[in-house]
Write a protein that binds this ligand. Structure first.
Ligand SMILES: [Zn+2]
Length: 303
């Protein structure tokens, strides 16, 4: 039997629960396939579960091409018996997915062209018309679209009935809020907010890290050459290799790690501890910052 893909319109509807699928398999095994499987654009528009049951049982399937101009309306009619089994949340999730197939929507470009689509749905009020046909409010459809934009996997959970639209919206709102607060504040390696004056230095952290990586490589290579008495590098003195190690150490101390515990990242008068950068290295924080200042910092972080 030829294998068919499911049409994007069909995929907008959730799969039926395993118990119902078992019933379909049983019925097809006993009585064969009565209703045909409908194809549209060479893909299964309606009858995904019947098709799967035929594949499972080896019962031969028969197909018909849908030639009308309202494939969505057709699927909806075919699913009418199922509608009472779906919650309002699930139907809203379906509408959000169907609407994403609409021509002109950027996501539509990812789906195959749904021909004649515009004949049956006016582009301007397609959302409204889909909502009406699925017996949900336009507001619910808009919430579902918002969830889909923010977190498509979460909308799938709504569709399969794992969560409600209301709970999903709350989750999306909370995530957006958390992200906004996080993005507003730039924090050091300890999670302490960095004052604006010190952020320029903090932002060059990667630059120092890149140099450290180069020097590490160089140092490792030269040490290996020395240990193997590689004649190619005979003229490179041990003293110079030691200097490279020292440079690595100095650069590590230049890498911003925490807000300066002395000037608190506001080196107006010129702070000697951070050399006026407002930031100190991990080594300076661990070994040279005074105990009281570190305690204050840790308490501030706990609060
Ligand atoms: Zn300082």
């Amino acid at each position: 039997m030829t294998e068919y893909e499911f049409h994007p319109i069909a995929n907008c509807y959730p799969a039926i629960p395993p118990a119902e699928m078992a019933k379909i398999v049983e019925s097809i095994k006993l009585r064969g396939l009565h209703n045909p499987i409908w194809l549209y654009e060479g893909k299964i528009l309606d009858g995904r579960h019947r098709y799967d049951a035929c594949m499972l049982t080896g019962v031969s399937a028969h197909f018909r091409d849908y030639t009308g101009d309202d494939p969505i309306g057709f699927v909806l009619d075919q699913n009418d018996g199922r509608r009472h089994l779906l919650t309002t949340s699930q139907r809203a999730a379906i509408v959000a997915d169907l609407e994403a197939l609409r021509p002109g929507n950027p996501e539509f470009a990812k789906s195959p062209m749904i021909s004649n689509y515009r004949n049956s749905y006016n582009r301007e009020n397609i959302g409204e018309s889909l909502a009406r046909k699925h017996h949900i409010s336009v507001d619910s459809a808009n919430v579902a679209k918002k969830v889909k934009r923010a977190d498509p996997a979460l909308l799938d959970d709504v569709k399969s009935g794992k969560t409600t639209l209301n709970a999903a919206e709350k989750k999306v709102d909370a995530a957006a809020k958390a992200k906004a607060t996080k993005d507003d504040v730039v924090r050091d390696c300890l999670g302490y907010p960095i004052p604006i004056q010190a952020q320029e230095v903090w932002n060059r952290r990667q630059e120092v890290q890149d140099l450290l990586t180069i020097i590490s490589k160089l140092k490792t290579r030269m040490e290996k050459a020395k240990s193997e008495s590689d004649v190619l590098y005979a003229k490179v003195s041990n003293r110079v290799i030691d200097n490279i190690a020292q440079l690595h150490c100095h650069l590590s101390n230049a890498k911003p790690y925490a807000v300066c515990t002395s000037c608190q990242g506001r080196p107006g008068a010129g702070c000697t501890f951070c050399s006026g950068t407002g930031m100190i290295s991990k080594y300076a924080y661990d070994h040279h910052a005074i105990k009281e200042a570190k305690e204050m910092r840790e308490n501030a972080l706990k609060a």
